[in-house]
Every structure is written in structure tokens, then in C-alpha cells.
Design a protein around this ligand. Structure first.
Ligand SMILES: NC(=O)c1ccc[n+]([C@@H]2O[C@H](COP(=O)([O-])OP(=O)(O)OC[C@H]3O[C@@H](n4cnc5c(N)ncnc54)[C@H](OP(=O)(O)O)[C@@H]3O)[C@@H](O)[C@H]2O)c1
Length: 348
């Protein structure tokens, strides 16, 4: 199998009797990345010890970057390529003792959809160590409503709790109407925190209040750097999806002894700040990663999602698409026009 030569193996060789399936394939015939739905067969798939029949995938900000080739560096560098950071489905074949045909599994992160073919295909061949079992009480569909976004939101909440942030003031969620933000608002609300949602769409406040936000702030105030290194203390903690000048504002406004779970960069990866929030207010920044975080942590976080939100994420936050719609939706997520979670239905 040669994945780097710009053509599918089945372009020139027979796929035999293996069943064909559909996938969103990225190709790069010139400078720009092109995406279209193609028919593949199992022989086209990369190596791995488990073959999964994919039921659902999802669309996060990183998928938007991968499909369009945007960002400061192109995420995908080998073509043809099947993107899709997350997938959920049923094991069809396995040479790994830990998984048997019929097992329901989730895969998020590990460079899938970036370096290894991902979830925008009806079948995926992957490495067994990347898989976690679907937690009891969660459907495959629900697992992709969470996806990397829900896992990350849960890890952020866990980090803030471990740090022991106070419930006396509210917790700020930035980029609140996005995928991670929407789930973070719902989780914090259910756990009894007062939640402040920062959004660049304050006219859409009803959506965030419906998810559990107590207060809405206009994110446009954070688009330029703060004029002082320390601003009035407003929040006990924060979950920051945005980075850049937004994170600089949040750092200057979190109250004494508070903490910020930092996981996103939709507003920029550069952070210009001072040490004053750290040395005058003891504020901590807790970095959160869901891509390569250890399996024990991620399995515990998946199970906790079911405990905290037994009914799952409210449907108002869910938008369903098929493979054909993904390229348009990818451009929309990068423009900040999507709300909540987009899930991809592989078999209709
Ligand atoms: N560290 C990790 O392991 C990890 C895992 C998952 C995701 N992430 C990162 O977390 C971030 C959020 O991911 P997501 O999937 O939730 O993305 P998303 O659905 O696109 O949500 C991001 C939200 O941020 C706001 N926003 C968009 N563009 C902005 C801009 N230029 N400046 C300021 N705000 C902007 C918008 O919310 P409003 O309209 O409400 O302002 C948007 O809905 C991304 O940076 C993603 O890469 C990191």
C-alpha cells in the first residue's frame, strides 16, 4: 500500500471481492487541498490491528483546518488522506486480544485525522491502543456528540476541580457557543457552578442560557489586549477555548487563587501577558490535552460524562451532517458560524 504517491492503490489494482464503502478523501493535485466523497475498499486502508465499521464521527475546529488546509501549518501532509479526528463504531475484525468483533468503541485523538486516516469513512483500520470501549449508558451517537470536544471539556472541569477552585464566584467559559464551550457550560452548570459564558454572538444568548449559562459576556471586549496587567477580579476560574488576547484578559481578571484550564487557540496561539496574575494573585494556568492523554484518564473522563450528564448533551446543541456536507461545514466552523456540536452520520 502506498499512501504517499497521490493515488489510491485501487486506482490500479483490483479490490477483489472486498466490500466497497464511502469516505471523504483529501487530495492535493496542486497547491490547494481538494476534498470529495470517493468509493474505497478495505485494501485502501492503512495498517492497524482493528477494523471498525464507523457509525458516527464529528466535526471540530481541527477537522476544519485539516479539510481546508488552513492554519499556520497544514495539518495533513500526506495525500490521499481521509480526515476525521474522532470516530465511534463497531469492531468488525480484530487481531488484538483486547477487542472482539461486535465490540463498540470510541477513538479520539492520537493523531488520527491528522497523520493517520480518520473517521470520515464508513470503515477505519486503526491501532487497538487508541481505542476505548463505549461506556455503559452512552450510545455511539451520543459519544460523537461529545467527541474530542466533550472529552476535553470534561478534562478541563476535572482539572479545575482538582485544583479546588471556589464556587463563590462564577466560572467563565470562552468561545462558549462552540463545541467544547457548549459542553463545558452544560457540565459546569450540572455540577453546581455558576457559569459565565463569553460569546461573540451575544444575540444568541438564549441558546447558552438553555445549556445552563447564568450570565453572558460579550467576547468582543476581549479582542484587543487588556490595558492593565491586573483587572477587577471577576471569575473563580475559566475554561479558555480562544487563547490570544482573550486569554490575556482572562488571566488579568481571574480572582485570587483561581485557575484557568487552557485548551484552545481559535483566537490565536500567541499570548502576551505579564507575570502579575501569577505572583500577585496566585493564578494558575492548567494546560489540558485530550489528544495523547493517557488511556486511564480518558476512560475515567468518558465514564464521568455519563455520570454528570446522564441524558447527554441537549439536542439543541446538535447538528447532523453526511460526508457530502462536510466540506461546507468545515469552512463554516473556521468562520465561527457553527454552534454546538456537528456529528457526521456515516450510514444513512
Ligand atoms: N487541547 C486539546 O486537546 C483540544 C481538544 C479539542 C479542541 N481543542 C481546541 O479547542 C478550541 C475549540 O474547539 P471547538 O471544536 O469547540 O471549536 P468550535 O466549535 O469552532 O468553537 C470555537 C468557538 O470559539 C469562538 N470563536 C471562533 N472563532 C473565534 C475567533 N477568531 N476569535 C475568538 N473567538 C472565536 C466561537 O464561539 P462564540 O461565537 O461563542 O464566541 C466558536 O464557536 C479549538 O482551538 C480546538 O483546536 C483543543
Amino acid at each position: 500500500m502506498d499512501h504517499d504517491n497521490g493515488r489510491m492503490p485501487h486506482d490500479t489494482t483490483s479490490s477483489g471481492t472486498l466490500a466497497s464503502f464511502e469516505a471523504l478523501v483529501l487530495r492535493k493535485p496542486g497547491d490547494a487541498i481538494e476534498s470529495r466523497v470517493e468509493t474505497l475498499s478495505e485494501v485502501d486502508l492503512p495498517e492497524g490491528d482493528v477494523l471498525v465499521k464507523v457509525a458516527f464521527s464529528d466535526l471540530g475546529y481541527k477537522d476544519g483546518l485539516a479539510i481546508t488546509g488552513s492554519g499556520h501549518r497544514q495539518l495533513v501532509s500526506t495525500f490521499p488522506f481521509v480526515p476525521g479526528v474522532d470516530l465511534a463504531g463497531t469492531v468488525e475484525k480484530s487481531s488484538a486480544p483486547a477487542f472482539q468483533p461486535g465490540d463498540q468503541v470510541i477513538l479520539t485523538g492520537w493523531g488520527v485525522g491528522e497523520r493517520h486516516w480518520g473517521g470520515y469513512a464508513q470503515k477505519a483500520r486503526v491501532r487497538s491502543e487508541w481505542l476505548v470501549r463505549l461506556p455503559g449508558g452512552m450510545s455511539l451517537r451520543q459519544s460523537m456528540i461529545y467527541g474530542s470536544a466533550g472529552l476535553s471539556a470534561m478534562l478541563c472541569v476535572n482539572a479545575l476541580e482538582r485544583y479546588g477552585i471556589s464556587k463563590e464566584r462564577s466560572v467563565l467559559v470562552t468561545g462558549a457557543s462552540g463545541g467544547v464551550g457548549s459542553i463545558a457550560v452544560a457540565l459546569l452548570h450540572r455540577l453546581g457552578y455558576r457559569v459565565t459564558a463569553s460569546t461573540s454572538r451575544p444575540n444568541d444568548a438564549e441558546y447558552l442560557v438553555g445549556l445552563g449559562a447564568d450570565e453572558i459576556v460579550d467576547a468582543n471586549h476581549f479582542k484587543t489586549a487588556p490595558d492593565k496587567p491586573l483587572l477587577p477580579e471577576r471569575w473563580a476560574g475559566a475554561i479558555d477555548n480562544v487563547g490570544g488576547t482573550t486569554l490575556a484578559h482572562v488571566l488579568a481578571s481571574v480572582s485570587y487563587g483561581g485557575a484557568i484550564a487552557s485548551l484552545g487557540l481559535v483566537g490565536g496561539s500567541t499570548l502576551e501577558t505579564t507575570v502579575l496574575p501569577f505572583i500577585k494573585r496566585g493564578v494558575a494556568v492548567l494546560g489540558v490535552d485530550s489528544e495523547i492523554c493517557p488511556t486511564e484518564l480518558r476512560s475515567a473522563a468518558w465514564s464521568r460524562l455519563v455520570e454528570v450528564l446522564p441524558d447527554g448533551v441537549p439536542e439543541v446543541a446538535v447538528h447532523e451532517v453526511g460526508l457530502q456536507d462536510l466540506s461546507d461545514r468545515a469552512r463554516a466552523i473556521l468562520r465561527g458560524e457553527t454552534k454546538g456540536r456537528t456529528i457526521v452520520v456515516l450510514w444513512r
